[in-house]
Design a protein around this ligand. Structure first.
Ligand code: C2O
Ligand code: CU
Ligand code: CU
Length: 495
């Protein structure tokens, strides 16, 4: 419990012998990094309109062996949607799958009926056409399946993709922003590939509890990815799009990165980091300096995933067996080389603006009330719950007045870490057990890690919607936990 309680920062992420383990995990030939097609839609009657189809596809996770997948106008994953703050957008989403699906706009503040949660089901053969105003600050967001009890398998099969929101505040800064050239999305996902080379989604006693954890890492669907970069600064927009695996990202050789943004946009100032940790659903943006003209490697390490820690600690009352056998634990605690960046030449060193955004420290004294949420897993993963309640589509768990500041205290009563996500808001993290947020958590967030036995405090206010009949969700973003009911519903009410 001691190790768990200290959180990620105390773990030996960089000091350990990454070199030998990296080479162990590099199998197969390297491949050019797939960059999702950029789609800006079309302007029709003052709205930016996107037409998207959810379709079945096929992808060779291992060369020569196709596996069935789901894609959005693609065989796997989908296009990066680009839009600007202040615009009205409309989507026409055709479900060409043989099953119900949903498309949720993760990180957006929007009317509940446009949210794309479990209540906005799109039946096979049907079209869903939500419309809303883009109110978010420039950042990396994403869209993905939120189908009730099916988010895990659908996202895993490929129903997920990035969103770029741009705005004037950010344009003025002159950060790298040429899509696919010096500004690239990195959707990081782990997958289980069976011995015949096919993608499998193994739901068993272990993965129901810990989430599905794969032993191969794909970036935008590419294994052992190589990116031919221009000389100079490269902006990486990292999205942990995995179902359950946590990653700590670092550069080979412990080189620094300039952290510039969290989930909901730019930080107040760039912050030099040697590593950063993202749980499923979380995003961050870094600028990597390739001005020396030498190749650089991005590494993802997963020692921080709570299960490895639990396994190592004996698993308490759950017993080592329930926590997975040794092979399961080893699969968890691994270090992967995920991207080789190869610059075309040398250039002058990168200079970033000293300030990025006007972002005052969050002021907890604004809050007029607080609410408490306790995450628990029950015995053997039966009883995934929040405040003792398992997700019920017919129950509204919280009624929140619009426009009032609140403190949400999220406590984790279980023995593994959970990424807690709230719809329709960008919040600020006040503290975790009284300690200040890490650098990558200092700005606007919509998903936050809650370590075992820890309590985080969030400051938030809902500005959108007063439709008391349609709920939004808050939930654990380990998708197998979400599917098993570690989720609740809230409505935003007029005062
Ligand atoms: Cu990214 Cu409620 O989900
Ligand atoms: Cu969301
Ligand atoms: Cu969880």
């Amino acid at each position: 419990a001691g190790l768990a309680a200290t959180g990620f920062a105390a773990l030996p992420l960089v000091g350990c012998d990454t070199q030998s383990r990296v080479s162990l995990d590099q199998r197969g030939a390297s491949n050019p990094l797939a960059i999702p097609r950029l789609q800006a839609g079309t302007i029709e009657r003052g709205e930016r309109v996107f037409r998207l189809s959810l379709t079945l596809g096929e992808k060779e996770f291992v060369p020569g062996t196709p596996s069935p997948t789901i894609g959005i106008d693609a065989s796997y994953l989908g296009p990066t949607l680009e839009m600007r703050r202040g615009e009205q957008v409309r989507f026409h989403i055709d479900n060409k799958l043989a099953e119900d699906a949903t498309v949720h706009w993760h990180g957006f503040e929007l009317p509940a009926t446009a949210d794309g949660g479990p209540h906005q089901l799109v039946r096979p053969g049907e079209r869903w056409s939500p419309s809303f105003e883009i109110r978010q600050r420039a950042s990396l967001y994403w869209y993905h399946s939120h189908t009730h009890r099916r988010a895990g398998p659908q996202v895993y099969a490929g129903l997920a993709a990035p969103i770029y929101v741009r705005d004037e505040e950010e344009d003025r800064l002159d950060l790298p922003s040429r899509y696919g050239v010096d500004d690239i999305p990195l959707v990081v996902q782990d997958r289980v590939i069976d011995s015949s080379g096919r993608l499998v989604y193994p739901l068993n006693m272990h993965s129901r509890m810990m989430g599905v954890i794969g032993e191969r890492i794909y970036v935008n669907g590419t294994a052992n990815a190589v990116f031919d970069a221009t000389a100079g600064p490269l902006r990486l927009r990292l999205l942990n799009g995995s179902n359950a695996r946590f990653y700590t990202f670092l550069l080979e050789g412990d080189r620094p990165m300039q952290l510039i943004a969290s989930d909901g946009g730019l930080l107040a100032a760039p912050s030099e980091v040697r590593s950063l940790t993202l749980a499923p659903g979380e995003r961050a943006q870094v600028i990597v300096d390739l001005s020396e003209g030498r190749p650089l490697r991005l590494i993802a390490s997963s020692p921080a995933n709570a299960m490895g820690m639990m396994g190592g600690q004996g698993g308490g009352m759950m017993g080592g067996g329930m926590m997975g056998n040794r092979a399961d634990r080893e699969r968890q605690g691994r270090t992967f080389s995920i991207l080789d960046m190869r610059p075309s030449g040398a250039s002058t060193p990168v200079m970033l603006p000293p300030t990025l955004a006007a972002l005052a420290a969050p002021d907890p004294s604004l809050a007029v009330r607080s609410r408490r949420f306790v995450l628990d897993m029950g015995m053997m993963g039966r009883g995934m719950s929040i405040n003792g309640e398992t997700m019920d589509m017919d129950v509204i768990n919280q009624r929140v007045p619009v426009g009032q500041w609140e403190i949400w205290e999220i406590a984790n009563a279980s023995m593994m870490a959970h990424p807690f996500h709230i719809h329709n808001v960008q919040f600020r993290l006040l503290d975790r057990d009284g300690r200040p947020p890490r650098a990558e958590e200092a700005g606007f967030k919509d998903t936050v890690i809650v370590n075992p036995r820890e309590q985080v405090r969030l400051l938030l206010r809902f500005e959108e919607n007063t439709d008391p009949d349609t709920p939004y969700m808050y939930h654990c973003h380990i998708l197998e936990h979400e599917d098993a009911g570690m989720m609740g519903q809230f409505v935003v009410m007029a005062n």
